[in-house]
Design a binder for this molecule. Structure first.
Ligand SMILES: *Cc1c(COP(=O)(O)O)cnc(C)c1O
Length: 376
């Protein structure tokens, strides 16, 4: 397999697995138990919290462990809505958000919340003036993703955060695609909350976190033993937490190295693909994640191309919605028509890709695209 679908999920780094192993075998004690075995696992959780906080310049007690970004998004968005409904019932988000945000917002609409789904420009970027015009007296939250999972477009997070701080509105960003890839400083940007998932940064699936700034109060969605400051009851997933901690430490240490390597591979692939006639890049070229390229192959059905690629894993649309036969909402939002959206493929690279894989992939894609077009 040549795996070029790292925005959907990543393999586990061996060093992460190694750090987790004791907690999947001999060190299985409940981190809430007061015996010395529980204290040992509790110490491991504490260390992971520090490793994670360190990566985004947060305090360890601002990290709430969850099952992943989707759960973090639900806890925060629903929590803010419940907590602030007397203050206002207006929420602002973007048309290009992940379904986890869009569907949570749609759910909140059932309870009288009004949601503005702001348009973005043809590169996928939010214009700050559009945001400014959308803010109302009853706006309680702005929710804007940092890096887009489909096209890689990066939002002007600092500007958005400045605007929401100025207006005294909470700001949440879905940082799932940027966490561990670029420098995040929650204090430099006045971010109130953000989310991420372990499995996008070489840790396992089913573990993630919510960063919640000290002083931001929201009710819990799950009740029970009062874990995670009462925000998320349920016995801690110690092995997953240790894995997320280790992956965060490695991401910080190797961030530049990974970026240099992956960006070179992405640029090589992209340059080659663009030499195929009638191809174009979707989204921003300048403000973009270094591992992602989304390419439109005119007159080539992306499902057929994916099937023909067999042992090469790429994607169209986000994996969560791939079973729905509808064009990517992100590509539609940046101005592609349905036909163009169905002809687009996302290549998302990771630290285990090699130049040989890129060369093999390119040759094969070039051949298949040519064949497909000859059959037209
Ligand atoms: C993957 C992803 C999510 C969802 O993460 P889960 O681990 O499936 O909960 C949310 N937002 C973005 C931008 C993602 O890439």
């Amino acid at each position: 397999m040549i795996y070029l679908d790292n925005n959907a999920t990543t393999p586990i780094d061996e060093r992460v697995l190694e750090a987790m192993m004791p907690f999947l075998t001999t060190q299985f004690a409940n981190a809430s138990s007061s015996h010395k075995f529980g204290q040992f696992t509790n110490e491991a959780v504490k260390k992971a919290r520090e490793q994670i906080a360190d990566l985004i310049n947060a305090y360890p007690n601002e990290i709430i462990f969850t099952s992943g970004a989707t759960e973090s998004i639900n806890i925060f968005l629903q929590g803010v809505a419940i907590k602030n409904q007397d203050k206002g019932k207006h929420i602002i988000t973007l048309q290009t958000e992940h379904k986890a945000v869009l569907d949570t917002c749609r759910y909140l609409e059932n309870f009288g919340f009004e949601v503005s789904y702001l348009p973005v420009d043809n590169e996928g970027i939010l214009d700050i003036k559009v945001l400014e015009n959308a803010i109302r007296k009853d706006t309680i939250l702005v929710c804007a993703m940092w890096g887009n999972n489909e096209i890689g477009t990066l939002q002007p997070i600092a500007e958005i955060a400045n605007k929401t701080a100025e207006k005294n509105i909470l700001f949440f960003t879905d940082a799932t695609q940027v966490y561990g890839k670029i420098n995040i400083d929650v204090n430099a940007h006045e971010i109130d909350a953000l989310c991420f998932s372990g499995h996008k940064i070489y840790a396992p699936k089913g573990i993630g976190a919510l960063y919640l700034r000290q002083g931001v109060k929201i009710p819990a969605l799950t009740y029970g033993g009062g874990h995670e400051k009462g925000m998320r009851s349920g016995t801690l997933n110690v092995a997953g937490i240790v894995g997320l901690g280790k992956a965060s430490e490695l991401a910080k240490k190797e961030m530049k190295e990974n970026e240099n390597k992956i960006k070179t591979l992405r640029d090589t692939l992209e340059k080659a693909l663009l030499q195929i006639p009638d191809t174009s890049i979707n989204g921003s070229i300048k403000h973009r994640l270094f591992n992602t390229t989304n390419i439109c192959f005119k007159d080539v059905d992306s499902d057929a191309l994916i099937a023909a690629l067999e042992d090469i894993a790429v994607s169209n649309g986000s994996a969560c919605t791939a079973h729905l036969i509808e064009p990517s909402h992100v590509l539609r939002s940046i101005g592609l028509d349905d036909k163009q959206a169905f002809e687009s493929i996302r290549f998302s690279l990771g630290k285990y890709n090699t130049i040989e894989e890129i060369e093999t992939s390119f040759s094969l894609i070039q051949k298949i695209v040519k064949n497909f077009r000859e059959m037209l």
